[in-house]
Design a protein around this ligand. Structure first.
Ligand code: ADP
Ligand code: MG
Length: 352
């Protein structure tokens, strides 16, 4: 839905801030731009709502070149949250949230309803805060208002430029939770800038790593953790990698002696436990005491994380569980596999 093609930006003083980038942000995606200070994150973001125009290349939203769009309409349909809390100090909280709906000339009743809805969504009590001025709120609360103000006009796209970096760790964590929850409910396309890998991994569906005006890698958090493209990305990931986020497919035992085909069952002793697959490879059930239990439901998926697996083991007496992909039995994972994997990965404190 947002598409950058061959985009470059050279500032009048000759600074080549963006040296040619191509990427696509899918509709409803939480897309995180991450990279060291000065790598061009803010410049990239500001080109989306035309606070900065590219020197070369094109930016399209839903196939339409933004240079050819009405700039007011473009901006009204893009929510923008800045790093600095940027509420209008002389306006009440309600008035601050209502700025874009007012510009869009929504009926008063609709605006009021929208303000109600948004404030309750982030747990700001309406009666307490509606008529307060920004300076009567804590920093965390003010930024919460900044976030819902960006959502107020029901924009298709939300830009957030290090929105939580000025906050204390507790407010920051709370707002990260809020925004993740909000995203689940509202399904907007979010372009989010951060220089904090923890934040990127916690929030992003897609992470775009930038360096010196270019893009180094665009991947899911999981992919990034597992296949950092180069030493730069690897360094950036540092020891923040959480092995519990790793998906089972990365430690799957495909040649497990726990797996048997229906045809092969005749040679299995009734005392043995096996996971059974039919001739198409589909999971059938657990063979135990000479019978196949086809109601066996504790299967894990290849895309389940280690954390999911550990939780599944907590609920069962089994020490091995079957792993499937599209209902096909692709292998097994045991508590022992997990333990050994974690020990190996954590050996030198990093995960590759
Ligand atoms: N208006 C400007 N004029 C000249 N150089 C600029 C301007 N804005 C940003 N830059 C430079 O462009 C580069 C990218 O900046 P920016 O996009 O703000 O990086 P980031 O947000 O990743 O920290 C930096 O070298 C910065 O100094
Ligand atoms: Mg910046």
């Amino acid at each position: 839905m947002i598409n950058f093609t061959g985009v470059k930006k050279t500032f009048p003083d000759g600074t080549e801030a963006i040296k040619g980038i191509d990427f696509t942000v899918k509709e409803g995606d939480f897309f995180v731009l991450i990279g060291p200070s000065g790598c061009g994150k803010t410049t990239t973001m500001k080109m989306v709502n035309r606070l900065i125009d590219p020197t070369e290349g094109s930016i399209k939203i839903n196939g339409e070149n933004i240079q050819e769009m009405d700039i007011k309409k473009l901006r009204w349909n893009i929510g923008y949250v800045l790093q600095q809390i940027a509420l209008f100090p002389h306006m009440t909280i309600e008035e601050n949230i209502a700025v874009v709906p007012e510009l869009k000339k929504w009926p008063k009743a609709n605006i009021r309803q929208r303000v109600d809805e948004l404030m309750s969504m982030v747990g700001l009590d309406l009666d307490t805060y509606r008529t307060k001025k920004p300076n009567e709120l804590s920093g965390g609360q003010q930024q919460r208002v900044g976030v819902i103000r960006a959502l107020a006009g029901d924009p298709d796209i939300i830009l957030m430029d290090e929105p939580f970096s000025a906050l204390d760790p507790i407010s920051r964590e709370q707002l990260q939770k809020d925004i993740r929850q909000l995203q689940k409910e509202i399904k907007k396309t979010i372009l989010f800038v951060t220089h904090d890998m923890d934040e990127a991994l916690a929030l992003g569906d897609t992470i775009c790593v930038m360096k010196e005006g270019g893009i180094v890698q665009i991947d899911t958090p999981e992919q990034l953790l597992h296949e950092p493209k180069d030493e730069f990305v690897n360094e950036f990931l540092g020891d923040r990698k959480d092995p519990l986020h790793v998906k089972l497919k990365h430690l799957l035992l495909e040649e497990s002696h726990w797996v048997v085909s229906e045809e092969g069952l005749s040679s299995v002793s009734p005392n043995d436990q096996k996971f059974v697959a039919d001739s198409s490879g589909a999971f059938v059930g657990l063979y135990n005491e000479g019978v196949i239990n086809t109601d066996f439901e504790q299967t894990l998926h290849e895309d389940s994380t280690l954390r999911d697996a550990i939780r599944a083991f907590k609920k069962t007496d089994m020490v091995v569980l079957p792993v499937t992909r599209n209902d096909k039995l692709t292998g097994t994972v045991s508590l022992k596999d997990i333990t050994f994997y974690l020990e190996g990965e954590l050996h030198d404190g990093r995960l590759v």
